[in-house]
Design a protein around this ligand. Structure first.
Ligand code: RET
Length: 238
């Protein structure tokens, strides 16, 4: 049954990647990078769903199947999701490189400590790394809620409202990952492997495809984000 959900994941992400690349052919001037980043996100997810469905990135530890491929997927794709959000919020990425780096470092740290929790064999190890990872998530989402929201507020118009929708979607969905993890086989095993794989599939679809769809079909916001930021324009011409 897990294999069915993982195959649906593979096909869904392939379809989304093709669709996003199609949308790129009609990207508003200067906004192509959003399409490239988002198509890479769904393309990488398709690849790792395929590897999980074939068993290439799944291992048997202590009688349960540990799908470690999702951590490799996440460590690549979650920084790219944050990059999409940051490039939308920030009028100039050059002036905010430190903020972007801080977000990405926290994010990679969160996923790697999460992998450590998922592969720990002792309850203490699991609990310890889970808490460390969750603290990183809280700090990360706090930075998005304070710093990126403030930057987006100065941009106005469609950029601001699209950013708000996407940032709130991100805050809500990302907070659900540790909950599903706790319910699943790497945590308390309350729901079993099939339900766990299904719940992560739904979250991954919403956080990547739902997110990408809302971003890439919002042509007005993309146009304003690409053209409105003075500095971004200059840096491209140079
Ligand atoms: C883990 C377990 C340890 C504690 C925490 C976690 C958070 C994971 C997150 C993953 C987000 C993934 C996304 C994928 C996109 O499709 C590793 C589950 C805090 C937030 C957005």
């Amino acid at each position: 049954m897990e294999t069915l959900w993982l195959t649906i994941g593979t096909l869904g992400f392939i379809a989304a990647t093709v669709f996003f690349l199609f949308l790129m052919t009609r990207a508003p001037a200067g906004s192509r990078h959003f399409f490239i980043i988002t198509a890479v996100i769904t393309g990488v997810a398709a690849f790792f769903y395929l590897t999980m469905s074939t068993g290439a990135t799944a291992s048997n530890i202590e009688g349960r199947i540990f799908y470690w491929g999702r951590y490799i997927d996440w460590v690549i794709t979650t920084p790219l999701l944050l990059l999409d959000l940051a490039l939308l919020a920030l009028a100039s990425w050059r002036r905010n490189v430190n903020l972007i780096i801080a977000l990405i470092v926290l994010d990679v740290f969160m996923i790697l400590t999460g992998l450590q929790a998922g592969s720990s064999l002792t309850g203490f190890g699991k609990g310890f790394w889970f808490i460390v990872s969750t603290i990183a998530l809280i700090v990360l989402l706090y930075l998005v809620y304070t710093r990126l929201f403030a930057e987006a507020a100065s941009r106005g118009g469609a950029v601001q409202s699209t950013f708000r929708t996407l940032a709130l979607l991100t805050i809500v969905l990302w907070s659900l990952y540790p909950i599903v993890w706790l319910l699943g086989t790497e945590g308390f095993n309350a729901v079993g492997s099939t339900v766990e794989v299904f719940l992560f599939l739904i979250l991954d679809f919403l956080a990547k495809i739902g997110f990408g769809f809302l971003l890439l079909t919002n042509r007005q916001a993309l146009g304003e984000a690409a053209g409105g930021g003075g500095q971004a324009q200059t840096s491209r011409v140079r």
